[in-house]
Design a protein around this ligand. Sequence first.
Ligand SMILES: Cc1ncc(COP(=O)(O)O)c(C=O)c1O
Length: 399
Amino acid sequence: MDKIGVGYASVTDIEKRYVMDALDNERLSQGKYVNQFEREFARAHGQKYGVMCNSGTSALHLALETLKEVDGWDEDTEVLVPAITFIATSNACLHAGLKVTFVDVEKETYNMDPADLERRISEHTKCIIPVHTFGMPCNMNAIMAIAKKHGLRVIEDCAEAHFAKVNGVSVGSFGDITCFSTYVAHTITTGVGGVVCTSDRHFMEILRSLVAHGRACTCERCIASDGKTVCPKRMQTDLDRRFCFERIGYSYRVGEIEGALGLAQLERKDEIMGKRHENANYLIQGLEPYEELIQLPRHPENIEHTYMMFPIVIREGTGIRQKDFVLYLEKCNIETRPMLPLLNQPIYQKLFGDLEPQYPNAAYIDHNGFYVGCHHGLNREQLDYLIDCIGKFLEPYRK
Ligand SMILES: Cc1ncc(COP(=O)(O)O)c(C=O)c1O
């Protein structure tokens, strides 16, 4: 059996056609593909504006810098981040010179626990970053109610949950600003990349400025200047507004090749999502006999999970060791990954000390969980093999 990997990027004729068109147009910097992808991707997540950038981490950094400027946050400002997420979420806060306060997660969803969230709020707290981990939406009703009660901003980290929904409402539509990664193996991919979305025009203008060195003019005609359309405001000041810088910005832009890939992948969204759902449901059904031993990614009917990964957590009191389980699967040529451990990362232990005892649920998941793939590239034979291998390992532990 070929290796069963956790991630997959499929490139079909549509991606090739759009990328070739971008190359034929001889326009590699931002142009029509980036503009269209930004608009359609934002709309698909209930936001008016999208700004494409070079990574999900950059998207988070831009979002934080924007709110920092608008609200005048100082260096004591604290941002609440779940204790299980990819390290980029909390790193982006540190890049923006802000303080991170971790919040424990729910045992069942692996997402930020609203009860613990409220306990961690201090006088310095200004923002919450809920992360829809592994494709499972957070309890946004509870989180938004807490944000409203305490006057806090919300930046949604949707890197792992493109198109996920709660009661038919898309994730990414709740926060002030929403961030996505389109790195390889994310639900839709542009190779490397990210998108930051908002419905606030002022935020969008700052985001567009920050993504391109802090430039003054952020309108499409200036950014995607193809020589044919000229922005009437461009020469209104002494400096051409494309080369007039109003803030210390970043070089986080992408170009037409990423835009073309993104647009093509967006057109294939239903096909990609459909296959992921089918595969995840097949795995859940196949592993059902072992649910007394392992927790599977089940969810209520009002949730549309996107199964960016397939998390498995060993239940308490089973005597199963995470390491033995993972090594067994790796020997079977099935790739596994840890469940985004954060608090026990060497750099965070150095920065924050031993935090694990304060976050019992995150600590349990770190030491008892892992994930495998359920992506759109897996076929029935591979899924049956995966179920069979997991079953063979678990069989001796069944009562
Ligand atoms: C939850 C989360 N946030 C942020 C990121 C960062 O995205 P990127 O790798 O594109 O910088 C990732 C990446 O996988 C992620 O999973």
